[in-house]
Ligand binder design. Structure first.
Ligand code: ADP
Ligand code: ZN
Ligand code: ZN
Length: 816
């Protein structure tokens, strides 16, 4: 008997190993320890199939041990991996590495440590005891070193057991430890939590303690505790809403009216499990009917619903139906950290049925959810996750919802597999016979095209919930404003007035600027010299709070220049502007306003982001400035004003998708305003104020944008009319990479002719000491599989030549 094994490596294909006589538990989907390569390194590989056919070539080595008692990967999962490897032209091993939670991929290189969270480990006298002692002394050991310490040739089963027991952990686990955000809640103390007792409290406080009475009244209002609804309120929310001091609250706790306690924020109290949702509006019901109609005939339905139209409630209705009789649902969100609001809403409705899965969770929690699903303990559950949730072992998947389906963060850029989770979600659903619902206010062109051509069903929800008006959008011509000298820093008078108006009415504002940092670049006034990274071909960004120049490509930092190294002039000025600069200007323009900044630099830790979002929700922040993070899914009641400081940088991006991206970003950020009664107002500043895309944004004209853009794409042979495949080549020596790119282009042209573009020298042509060349290939939609096979053969042919072998190659199918 032989086993075909997938190894966690970027080598194509599977490898055959012998199954030793008498070895039990060998079956597809189980991990096994196998030796591979010249040094006999150990790997935890996964059995794909069993066969009696001996391999034709070499005599295979034997499996050393079986690591799992039961399969951890199901047949549909293996089929999904194969589809991904095929479509994105990568290896099954690469897909496996992406799919399995970190600690489930094991090899002799894997570094392990003692779990610092386990304190009193009983003293062990066995081999594991030897290992733990060595780990305590040396901190981390590779799996191979651990084997030497324990005197085991195949230490993997023993180490895997220790990992399962939680005694040792894999090194990556410590990198970004995530802790839930704890919040204090207030509820009525036992004895005071019924109507009669409350009446007595009202009487008692009325005459003597008006402040305390007011606090109690706000509590009753906020918790709706006279009905059977939830009986707790977040402490900060209560204090903010009542204007009471914490001393007043403390007095009431001491008197025995309230009690306070801490728990994870956002997780609903147990009483809220499977709460019924609110009744849907007539518009929502009509859209729901369109979705159902679509599902009767099609596997996928696209729902276009304007911002704040209530798509989430509509999803919830369908989710509820899918899980009611034991099915599973996958709800994909583009970036989990930014969507705590959505998760809180779903938790409030579905309680314990919700399981969250994303790559910033501690790996042991990810592994645990995986194992619970693999052992079929997760019927009737809703997995809410970022793109990697696609890889979980679903048993009975009925519905996949892809929220904000246009979002570019569904695409994994690096490393391979460079997959788009939206597209693979459709494949996953297909493998399970489940339906897929794609939702967005600004669907991507590909999905709209699929809906128009009848491949997908289509549903629309074109009014905001509660018939709130779409925000009014005005464009400010910066050229004109500059001529009239009416700019103050980067703010036009129109934008200043809009923000002032919002502040005067105690409403909030969101400002969007798509670059972080203080001022992107410094420039010499006399010779136009700009500081560049020593290892990449890009100018450096100034970060004022750190007083540092940073390369946004490789992360290196440099001290700011004092004078120009080229002409020795000391007149350096700043050009361009980032979020940090805007934040500073706001401080000068609106000294009384409370301003916060949300970008990659201020949201490193998960708590930092939560603090900003909570602060904004509770009204402790008046103006939020940020990069594209502020465009995503935020749902706040009091945002009336949105400003886009510079639309030009979005519109000018050198990419065929630039206009689509720009339209989506502007429409999405505009959609953050006026979500309740107050009408929203959006100000977009641009030099190119007459750009047709801006006009379409102003009119909320998704259809118009689609027709205009589709025409361009059709004329120039871009998606959705063609598929793209990009090839990037990298090498330290420029001649080498140029020669390899030229050869590859030539061979590709033999089969694909004009549809091969390049080689191009990209705008940033040197990154991390490597020179870069790009090729872009257009594939026919109807024949992309065969054409990809041709590309693969061409690549293999070119890279078999010794002079090209060392050139690094990156293939990206459907690049974004
Ligand atoms: P979208 O996801 O389309 O931007 P949301 O689902 O966030 O819109 O809905 C916008 C707001 O309207 C939310 O605050 C939501 O709670 C509210 N809402 C939507 N549908 C209903 C409903 N049927 N009943 C009550 N409130 C609703
Ligand atoms: Zn100079
Ligand atoms: Zn760099």
């Amino acid at each position: 008997m032989y086993a075909e094994v997938i190894l966690p490596l970027a080598v194509p294909g599977c490898f055959t190993f012998g199954v030793p006589e008498g070895m039990g538990g060998v079956e597809p989907g189980v991990r096994v320890a196998v030796p591979f390569g010249r040094g006999g390194k150990l790997y935890g590989g996964l059995i794909r199939t069993l066969t009696e056919q001996a391999p034709a070539s070499a005599v295979p080595r034997d499996i050393l041990s079986v690591l799992d008692q039961a399969p951890i990967v199901t047949q549909p999962q293996l089929r999904l991996w194969e589809r991904i490897a095929e479509h994105y032209m990568c290896t099954l091993g690469e897909v496996m590495i992406a799919a399995l939670p970190g600690q489930m991929n094991l090899s002799s290189e894997t570094r392990i440590l003692v779990n610092p969270f386990v304190l009193d480990e009983p003293h062990r006298t066995d081999r594991a005891g030897l290992l733990i002692e060595a780990l305590v002394q040396r901190e981390a050991l590779s799996m191979k070193q651990a084997g030497e310490v324990m005197g085991l040739k195949d230490p993997m089963p023993a180490i895997k057991r220790l990992i399962d027991e939680g005694v040792v952990i894999v090194e990556e686990e410590l990198r970004d430890p995530w802790k839930p955000r704890m919040t204090t809640y207030v509820r009525l103390a036992p004895g005071s939590d019924h109507e009669e007792a409350l009446h007595q409290w009202f009487d008692k406080l009325e005459s003597k303690a008006p402040k305390q009475l007011h606090l109690l009244m706000r509590f009753v209002e906020l918790s709706r505790c006279m009905s059977d609804a939830p009986v707790e309120v977040e402490r900060n929310r209560l204090l903010h809403a009542s204007g009471a001091s914490s001393a007043t609250l403390k007095q009431l706790v001491e008197k025995g009216l309230f009690e306070t306690y801490e728990r994870e924020a956002g997780v609903p109290a147990a009483s809220r499990i499977d709460a019924p949702g609110p009744p849907l509006s007539p518009a929502q019901l009509a859209a729901l009917e369109q979705v159902r109609e679509g599902f009767r005939e099609k596997e996928v339905v696209l729902l276009r619903g304007v911002t704040s139209s209530g798509k989430t409630e509509l999803y919830a209705t369908l989710i509820n139906e899918a899980v009611r009789d034991g099915g599973q649902v996958l709800y994909l969100l583009p970036e989990i950290a930014l969507t705590t609001q959505v998760i809180e809403r779903l938790r409030a409705r579905f309680g314990e049925r919700i399981a969250v899965f994303h790559s910033r969770m501690p790996p042991h929690e990810r592994a645990e959810l995986w194992m619970r699903m693999a052992s079929r303990q997760m019927a009737s559950s809703i997995i809410v996750g970022a793109r990697s949730a696609l890889f979980l072992p679903f048993a009975d998947l009925r519905l996949v919802v892809v929220d904000e389906e246009h979002d570019p963060s569904y695409k994994q850029h690096d490393p391979a597999p460079r997959y788009n989770a939206r597209d693979m979600a459709v494949v996953l659903a297909g493998l399970h016979g489940a339906k897929t619902l794609l939702g967005s206010a600004t669907p991507c062109l590909e999905s709209l095209y699929n809906a128009r051509s009848g491949k997908y069903g289509y549903a629309e929800l074109l009014t905001r919930y509660g018939d709130v008006a779409m925000p009014g959008i005005s464009i400010v011509d910066l050229r004109d404003a500059q001529r009239r000298r009416s700019m103050r820093g980067h703010f036009s008078q129109t934008l200043i007035d809009a923000i002032q108006g919002a502040l005067a009415k105690r409403e909030q504002a969101i400002l969007f600027q798509n670059r972080r940092g203080y001022v992107p670049v410094w420039q010499c006034e006399s010779c136009a010299w700009v500081p560049n990274c020593d290892h990449c071909d890009v100018s450096l960004t100034y970060h004022k709070s750190l007083h540092q120049l940073r390369c946004h490509y490789c992360g290196r930092t440099y001290p700011p220049p004092v004078h120009c190294p080229q002409c020795a002039s000391n007149r350096l000025r700043m050009i361009g502007f980032g979020t940090e600069k805007i934040e500073e200007e706001l401080g000068l323009l609106f000294p009384e306003a409370r301003v916060a900044r949300m970008d990659q630099d201020t949201t490193r830790g998960r708590q930092a982001l939560d603090r900003i979002l909570t602060g904004f929700a509770q009204g402790a922040i008046d103006i939020l400035v940020g990069t594209q993070m502020v465009t995503k899914g935020l749902d706040f009641d009091h945002v009336s004003t949105v400003g886009i400081l510079s639309a030009d940088s979005l519109l000018r991006f050198p990419d065929f998708r630039a206009h689509e991206r720009a339209f989506q970003l502007m429409a999405q950020v505009a959609g953050r305003s006026g979500r309740r009664e107050k009408p929203g107002h959006v100000v977009i500043q641009a030099f190119d104020a007459r750009n047709a895309v801006l006009d379409l944004v102003t009119r909320h004209d998704v259809e118009g944008f689609y027709s205009r853009e589709a025409e361009h794409r059709r004329a120039h042979g871009y998606p959705p009319f063609m598929r793209l495949l990009s090839v990037t080549l990298r090498h330290r020596q420029e001649e080498r990479v140029a020669a390899a790119a030229a050869s590859l282009a030539m061979v590709l042209r033999e089969g694909l002719g004009e549809r091969v573009l390049g080689p191009d020298i990209p705008a940033v042509a040197w990154v991390k000491d490597r020179h870069i060349r790009n090729l872009l290939v257009k594939l026919r939609r109807s024949a992309h599989a065969e054409e990809k096979r041709f590309v693969r053969e061409a690549i293999d042919r070119v890279f078999a030549q010794p002079e090209h072998r060392a050139v690094q190659l990156i293939i990206d199918v459907d690049p974004m």
